[in-house]
Design a protein around this ligand. Structure first.
Ligand SMILES: NC(=O)c1ccc[n+]([C@@H]2O[C@H](COP(=O)([O-])OP(=O)(O)OC[C@H]3O[C@@H](n4cnc5c(N)ncnc54)[C@H](O)[C@@H]3O)[C@@H](O)[C@H]2O)c1
Ligand SMILES: [Zn+2]
Length: 704
């Protein structure tokens, strides 16, 4: 018996108010996933899970038709064109397809067509593999390609003409005699599985985006702002449809004849496409292609059946978002069962701990799977996973394999439930899970090897230690060589250089090494807020670091208070005076205060911090914000390009004089200081009636 996660409430018993709420929730969720999928080419859930959300939405809307609105996902297609692309209006909309999952839904589709057309016999039906890519419309005028557009929201797509000209399968000029004066020819851009794997490997090595599956990789590659990037990606194209046709290139056109014409005109048409004369034929095609699925060189996610005769298609027409003359018969998610041997915790670059199931290798849809994601602690609890369980693994839509359920009957006697570790497996620091969050995070910000590179990069960044000549690249190199593991190591490079010999590194010489050491030495004196920010404590950005520095004033006052708060921390929480004092700082909330205390409660961090402090000569006390200036207590926004001072300088000065510098304009803003080419912030300031100052006026105001 298979245990399914979270059975949703039964639709039959759903009341209207409850339905309304659930519809709202489903719509928001679907819209979010649509954006991730169509605009960002990076889905967050599997297609099967997404389809389940849609099906539930449809079922509820069917029960309460009065709750269907025009903006419901059941009435719309895809997502609006993304910013950064010119928009193209489709002469004939590009729609979606209705879905069938079971055989009898296909039978019903054909019966519906027959009833609509009043036909006694089953009409001829073209069965086509449903290519898992993205659809593209190509406009030809007098046989020449003039414009290429993505589907977008069905009515308006993105102009990708320049990119499409790099695709070999798309002819620039149509061949043959019967070329319509104007036509929009359509089909699917896709990527071969092997090309997708090779591309991902290259991307991974270069530290670039890795795609979840060939579809996203095709979409991401086509929708590039830089044509050269698209050119470097191996995109392919199958033609299977059209939009506007000024006239048809044949008498009594049919889907099948049109496909042949597309092939003559110079397109690649899928070789598996078959003309069927009965539902049985169509289903046999579905099964045959389903068996071949894993060995086909490209991904397909089902079969599309289309009524062959175009005059029938025209009579059948459309319902909201899809044609009545076609339907997509989807393949079920690919699943298999196997044994979960153990669960490993992977620690990400910012300390997030992700559980990964190690499985006995199993083939799922033609691919060997040994690892599957378990997302987080709650997911494991919900599925009630025990080590040694037999589990159902799914590779739906080819996202990372997931475990969807446990086969309880096969649970070995004495199998232990899994307890999520409260310690980082990489560095041993304690882990915390913040309220309202699903992830556990390692608190060893300063010392955890899994986080080291990210943390060290942060440590030397512009608003932290800002060491000349020590940027992200150098940090990566020094860390890789084992020379710098934690911040203090940066300051001992010089004393270890007899051994390290930095001057022998490629690109370094005596002078650059001398300069680097001088730059490091210069930072042995550092402002308190930079030191606090550099520690990389969760939720402590530049602003919070400044609040803390100003409140405590000196290094010693700060450290003493933090140690006191951390020492007084108990299982039940934080009740100490030191904690209350921290929590009461204006602008510092519970979340920040707790994160700070967690950092100081980890001995390993304290050790690393002390090692760092030993290397520093002086931590400069925070400058107290002044209260006696013209701008004390005022909220200021700087915008446009400033010529008299840099943005950082302007900010530092303003803050020293007691002003608060904000990033965006609101009713609370007192002054907007606008440089050249100030844009929307300036407009907004004018709209809200906020005082706008030039750079000179600002300087006059602060007496500078
Ligand atoms: N995982 C997610 O978060 C997420 C989010 C949104 C959509 N999706 C997935 O996207 C799909 C829904 O998107 P959709 O609205 O594009 O519908 P669809 O993919 O179900 O069907 C329409 C599309 O099929 C394609 N197609 C491929 N071969 C075809 C052929 N031979 N003839 C006609 N069309 C063909 C066309 O591009 C067409 O636009 C579902 O599979 C869904 O699971 C997933
Ligand atoms: Zn760790």
């Amino acid at each position: 018996m298979t245990k399914l996660p979270k059975p949703p409430p039964d639709i039959a018993t759903l009341t209207k108010p409850k339905a309304k709420i659930e519809l709202m929730r489903l719509r928001l969720s679907i819209e979010g996933h649509d954006k991730a999928y169509y605009q960002d080419d990076a889905p967050k859930i599997s297609d099967a899970d997404y389809d389940a959300l849609r099906r539930r939405l449809e079922a509820i809307e069917q029960k309460f038709p009065e709750l269907v609105s025009a903006s419901s996902p059941t009435q719309t297609v895809g997502a609006a064109p993304a910013r950064g692309f010119a928009k193209v209006q489709h002469a004939v909309p590009m729609l979606s397809l209705g879905n069938a999952f079971a055989d009898d839904e296909v039978t019903e589709f054909v019966e519906r067509v027959q009833r609509f057309l009043k036909l006694d016999d089953v009409p001829a039906i073209v069965a086509e593999p449903k290519i898992d890519g993205l659809s593209l419309s190509l406009r030809y005028e007098h046989g020449e390609l003039v414009r290429a557009a993505t589907r977008g929201d069905g009515f308006t797509g993105e102009d990708v003409t320049a990119n499409v000209r790099t695709i070999v399968d798309v002819p620039n000029t149509l061949k043959g005699k019967h070329i319509p004066a104007a036509c929009e020819l359509r089909g699917e851009v896709y990527m071969l599985k092997q090309d997708f794997l090779a591309l991902n490997k290259r991307q991974e090595e270069a530290g670039e985006t890795v795609f979840a599956n060939p579809r996203n990789s095709a979409a991401g590659s086509l929708r590039q702002k830089d044509v050269e990037v698209t050119r470097s990606r191996p995109l392919k194209f199958f033609a299977y449809a059209w939009g506007e046709m000024s006239d048809y290139p044949m008498e009594e056109p049919t889907q099948h004849k049109m496909l042949q014409w597309l092939a003559h005109a110079g397109f690649v048409v899928n070789p598996e496409i078959t003309l069927c004369h009965s539902v049985e034929d169509a289903l046999a095609f579905y099964r045959r292609i389903g068996e071949q699925r894993a060995s086909l060189p490209y991904d397909i996610d089902g079969v599309v059946y289309k009524v062959d005769r175009l005059d029938y298609q025209a009579r059948l027409g459309f319902v909201s978002r899809s044609p009545r003359w076609a339907i997509a018969h989807k393949f079920a998610a690919e699943q298999a069962t196997t044994v979960l041997e153990k669960i490993d915790i992977q620690v990400g670059r910012t300390g997030a701990m992700t559980p990964v199931a190690r499985l006995q290798p199993v083939t799922v849809g033609g691919v060997v799977v040994q690892n599957a994601t378990l997302h987080n602690e709650d997911y494991i609890k919900e599925l009630d996973i025990h080590l040694g369980d037999t589990v159902v693994v799914q590779r739906a839509g080819d996202v990372i394999p997931q475990i969807v359920s446990v086969v309880l009957d096969k649970r070995p006697a004495g199998a232990e439930p899994y307890h999520f570790p409260h310690k980082c497996p990489v560095c041993g620091s304690h882990a915390v899970r913040e309220e309202g969050e699903a992830v556990w995070r390692c608190t060893g910000a300063l010392i955890c090897p899994a986080q080291a590179v990210e943390r060290l990069k942060h440590f030397v960044s512009r608003l932290a230690f800002d060491i000349d000549g020590l940027g992200e690249k150098q940090i990566e190199l020094f860390h890789e060589r084992g020379w710098v593991q934690e911040p203090a190591d940066i300051f001992t490079l010089k004393s270890r250089n007899a051994e390290l010999k930095l001057e022998q590194l490629e690109g370094y010489g005596e002078t650059s090494v001398r300069n680097l050491f001088a730059a490091i030495d210069a930072r042995r004196t550092i402002e308190l807020h930079r030191l606090i920010f550099a520690l990389g404590i969760r939720h402590v950005g530049e602003g919070n670091a400044k609040l803390l520095a100003r409140h405590y004033g000196t290094r010693d006052a700060f450290l003493t208070a933090m140690r006191a708060a951390a020492d007084a921390q108990t299982e039940e929480g934080n009740a100490s005076e030191a904690y209350q004092d921290l929590d009461n700082i204006a602008g510092i909330g519970d979340v920040v205060a707790e994160a700070v205390v967690e950092f100081f409660a980890e001995e390993r961090n304290i050790k690393a911090l002390n090692a760092l402090l030993d290397e520093l000569t002086e931590v400069l006390p925070a400058e107290q914000a002044r209260r006696d200036t013209a701008v004390a207590g005022k909220i200021v926004v700087f915008t446009g390009s400033l010529s008299k001072f840099t943005r950082d300088e302007a900010k530092a000065t303003a803050e020293r004089l007691g002003a608060k510098v904000a990033g965006s304009v609101s009713k609370k803003t007192d002054y907007v200081v606008a440089g050249e080419d100030a844009g929307s912030k300036l407009t907004k300031a004018k709209d809200l009636g906020v005082t706008v100052l030039t750079e000179d006026e600002w300087l006059a105001l602060i007496g500078g």
